[in-house]
Design a protein around this ligand. Structure first.
Ligand code: CO
Ligand code: CO
Ligand code: CO
Length: 319
């Protein structure tokens, strides 16, 4: 929507609205550019501390996905006036704990009265101009690497319906709370062609933004895509968020699904994620080095899920 409203060109705006990138990058000096992003949303889990931590990890992720280093952040807080103050305090504590882990200072914020609670951060980071990693530079021959398993949208929806196994839900919370910093450090060190983080549009939606912006195609191998424990059962019971079905409807219709790819698998690949992993497009000859570095940094998921091709454009999903 913004793209149509405000066509902006400025020589210092290195990454703006045109590519569908995760954050804006603005040069303020020869060797320094700002990375700026904002994200906030309603609670996706009951526990206020976990909600705060997940929202903060999710907001920081857009800076990591650009290859940037987050420095400071502002809280964005909306709560009903009659909500106990202790609950709000727990949300902020969750966010603050995550920011501290990231080495980011929360230096202020703004709170409004709102019927539906919401929380998130506006994050300011830095990157060296020219070293920002965008979605728009995936190249034929690249390999696609994903750093977190899918399924958090389906699991949190099951959680809201009270039908998620506690062990399944707590694993999803752990995954969503995990910072993408270690994964980003690895990709910055190795040098990659493109990156984005997997959030509301799901793996298919975000990959589609990448291939469109890069003018390439991609082949995904379903059996290589990491999926959280317990998700298949939930999908088979028809449990998935509305956003996931919308993703399947909009992004999914442009995908070349091979006949043996089931409806459940399509839903899963389109599942709207919160604080998902990095999707990295890395030159094939650097793949092993990247995986080694991800492992060394303690990133437990480092799945090679597909490759970038010249033709056909768009996405093919193989079983
Ligand atoms: Co993002
Ligand atoms: Co975002
Ligand atoms: Co204010």
């Amino acid at each position: 929507m913004l793209r149509q409203l405000l066509p902006i060109t400025d020589p210092n705006l290195l990454v703006g609205l045109t590519t569908g990138d995760d954050a804006a990058v603005y040069r303020i000096g020869e060797d320094l550019a700002l990375v700026q992003t904002v994200d906030f949303f309603p609670p996706i889990v009951d526990d206020p501390f976990h909600f705060g931590a997940i929202a903060a990890a999710n907001s920081l992720s857009d800076v990591y996905a650009m290859g940037g280093k987050p420095l400071i952040a502002l809280n964005i807080v909306a709560f009903p006036a009659d909500l106990p103050k202790e609950i709000v305090a727990e949300v902020l504590k969750g966010g603050a704990t995550k920011a501290q882990e990231a080495g980011v200072l929360i230096v202020g914020g703004h709170t409004i009265d709102d019927q539906e609670p919401k929380y998130g951060l506006s994050v300011t980071g830095i990157v060296k101009p020219g070293q920002e990693i965008t979605v728009a530079n995936a190249r034929p021959g690249d390999v696609l690497v994903l750093t977190k398993p899918l399924g958090t949208g389906i699991i949190t929806t099951a959680g809201k319906q009270g039908v998620a196994e506690p062990v399944v839900l707590s694993k999803a919370i752990e995954v969503m709370s995990t910072l993408n910093r270690a994964a980003a450090d690895a990709m910055v060190k190795i040098g990659v062609n493109a990156c984005t983080d997997i959030t509301g549009f799901g793996l298919i939606g975000h990959l589609q933004i990448m291939v469109h912006a890069s003018g390439v195609g991609a082949r995904l191998h379903l059996d290589s895509v990491p999926i959280l424990e317990g998700v298949w059962d939930l999908v088979q019971n028809g449990i998935a968020p509305g956003g996931t079905y919308r993703n399947l409807e909009y992004a999914g219709r442009e995908v070349d699904w091979r006949p043996t790819v089931t409806e459940e698998a399509k839903v899963l690949l389109c599942d709207a994620q919160t604080s998902g992993g990095l999707l990295i497009s890395v030159p094939a000859e650097k793949k092993d080095a990247l995986i080694k570095e991800l492992k060394a940094n303690g990133v437990s998921t480092h799945a090679v899920i597909g490759e970038v091709v010249e033709e056909p454009k768009g996405i093919q999903v193989l079983p």
